[in-house]
Design a protein around this ligand. Structure first.
Ligand SMILES: *Cc1c(COP(=O)(O)O)cnc(C)c1O
Length: 382
C-alpha cells in the first residue's frame, strides 16, 4: 500500500482531533434538539398527531423549494409510496442503478415490480444519461403513450436515479430522456438533502422524490423519511395512504383503500425540526471538511471524489478512489485497524441473489467504481 494512504489515516485523525475510533458519520445534537423533544414529550402528543409533523413538513418544503413534503417513518417507505403514486404496480419494471443502497430495490420490490439496471457515470457516481438513452434505444417502445420493454413485454413504470453520497447526477438530462420516453421520474434523494443541481434542490426534477433521515444521514431523527412533490394531487394522496387511508372524521374510523402505517411520529418530527434548523451550518462544515480532504489528497496524489460540474453537493459522505481492488482492500484493512472507519461502496444490487435474474445492462463503470471507492469519515466537526 502507498505510504500516502497511511498518512491519510493520520490526517483524518488530525482533522477530527482524536486517535479514538472515528465513525463514518455520526449525528450532532445539542440543547436545541433536547428542548424540542422535551416539549413534545410534555405535550403528550408523541405519536401520530402533533404540531411538529406539520411544522417539519413546512420547513422541509421551504428549504428544498418543493411545494409539498410528506413526512414518513423512514426513507424506504417514502420511496415505496413515491413509486406507487408514480404508477409502479405489479409486473412492471423500474429502471435504476446497481450502484445504490438496497432500499432503492427493496422499494421497487414492495410494489411487485422488478428493477432493470443501467450503468452509472464515473464522474457523478449516479445514473448515466447516456447509458439510459442507449438502453431505451435498444429495448424500449412506446405504446398508448406508455413505455414498454420489447424484451420482456413489461411496462417501464418509472426511472429512479440516485444522487450518490449527496453528489447530484445529471438529473436534467435524465429528466429530458424520461419525458421523451413517457417514463415517470422518481428521484432517490435519500442522501442528497442540501444538494443542488443547476441551482435547484435535488428532488425537484421528478414527479416525486424520497429523502431519508436515517441515523447516518446529514440530518436525522434516528429514523425518518419524506416524500417530495410539486403536484398537489400526489401530495394529498401521499399523505392519505401513508396514514392508513383514513377518511377524516371526528370519531368514525373509515378507510377508503388499503393504506400504510408509514407516518412519522411527532417525537421524531420534533427532533427533525431542530436538526433542520442546523442544516445550513452542517453543510458549510461538511463542505469545509471536503475541501480540506481535497487539498490534502491533491498534494498526495490520491483521487478525491469532488462534486460534479453544475452541482453544489452536501458532501454527505466523502470518498476517495484508489488504483485497484487490491489497494482498496489493503486500505480498508489498514484504516479500520487504526480505528478510522472506512467502507467500500455497496455490493452492486444486480449481483444480490434477489436481483440476479433481473435485466442488467453492462455495469462497466459501476463495477470499476465498486472496486475502487472508499468512504472516509465525514461527520460534522465540532
Ligand atoms: C438511506 C437510503 C435510503 C432510505 O433508507 P432508510 O433507512 O429507509 O431511511 C434509500 N436510498 C438510499 C440510496 C439511501 O442511502
Amino acid at each position: 500500500m502507498r505510504e500516502s494512504l497511511k498518512q491519510l489515516v493520520s490526517f483524518v485523525q488530525q482533522h477530527y482531533q482524536t486517535t479514538e475510533f472515528i465513525p463514518l458519520h455520526e449525528p450532532r445534537f445539542d440543547q436545541h434538539e433536547k428542548d424540542l423533544v422535551i416539549d413534545c414529550i410534555d405535550s403528550t402528543f408523541v405519536s401520530s398527531v402533533g404540531k411538529y409533523v406539520d411544522l417539519f413538513e413546512q420547513k422541509l418544503a421551504a428549504y428544498t423549494g418543493v411545494k409539498y413534503a410528506i413526512a414518513t417513518v423512514n426513507g424506504t417507505s417514502a420511496l415505496h409510496i413515491a413509486l406507487k403514486l408514480a404508477g409502479v404496480e405489479r409486473d412492471t419494471e423500474v429502471i435504476t442503478q446497481a450502484l445504490s443502497f438496497i432500499a432503492t430495490c427493496n422499494a421497487i420490490s414492495y410494489c411487485g415490480a422488478e428493477p432493470v439496471f443501467v450503468d452509472v457515470d464515473k464522474h457523478t457516481l449516479g445514473l448515466s444519461a447516456e447509458a439510459l438513452q442507449a438502453f431505451l434505444n435498444q429495448y424500449a417502445e412506446i405504446k398508448n403513450n406508455q413505455c414498454y420493454n420489447k424484451q420482456t413485454q413489461k411496462r417501464i413504470a418509472a426511472c429512479v436515479p440516485m444522487h450518490t453520497f449527496g453528489h447530484p447526477c445529471e438529473i436534467d438530462k435524465i429528466q429530458a430522456i424520461c419525458e421523451q420516453w413517457h417514463i415517470p421520474l422518481v428521484e432517490d434523494a435519500a442522501e442528497s438533502l442540501g444538494s443542488f443541481y443547476k441551482g435547484k434542490h435535488t428532488g425537484n426534477f421528478g414527479k416525486l422524490a424520497a429523502i431519508s433521515f436515517n441515523g447516518n444521514k446529514i440530518v436525522t431523527a434516528g429514523g425518518g423519511g419524506a416524500i417530495l412533490t410539486n403536484d398537489a394531487e400526489l401530495a394529498k394522496a401521499a399523505k392519505h395512504i401513508t396514514t392508513t387511508a383514513k377518511v377524516p372524521h371526528k370519531w368514525e374510523f373509515n378507510h377508503d383503500q388499503i393504506g400504510y402505517n408509514y407516518r412519522m411520529p411527532n417525537l421524531n418530527a420534533a427532533l427533525l425540526c431542530a436538526q433542520l434548523d442546523k442544516l445550513e451550518g452542517f453543510i458549510e462544515n461538511k463542505r469545509q471538511t471536503a475541501q480540506t480532504y481535497q487539498a490534502w489528497c491533491k498534494q498526495n496524489e490520491i483521487q478525491f471524489i469532488q462534486e460534479p460540474q453544475d452541482a453544489t453537493s452536501n458532501y454527505w459522505l466523502n470518498a476517495i478512489r484508489l488504483n485497484n481492488k487490491e489497494e482498496q482492500q489493503a486500505f480498508l484493512e489498514y484504516a479500520n485497524a487504526q480505528g478510522v472507519m472506512t467502507r467500500p461502496v455497496w455490493t452492486l444490487l444486480n449481483q444480490l441473489p434477489m436481483f440476479k435474474h433481473c435485466q442488467a445492462m453492462p455495469q462497466t463503470n459501476a463495477q470499476w467504481l465498486a472496486d475502487r471507492l472508499v468512504n472516509i469519515p465525514s461527520s460534522v466537526r465540532v
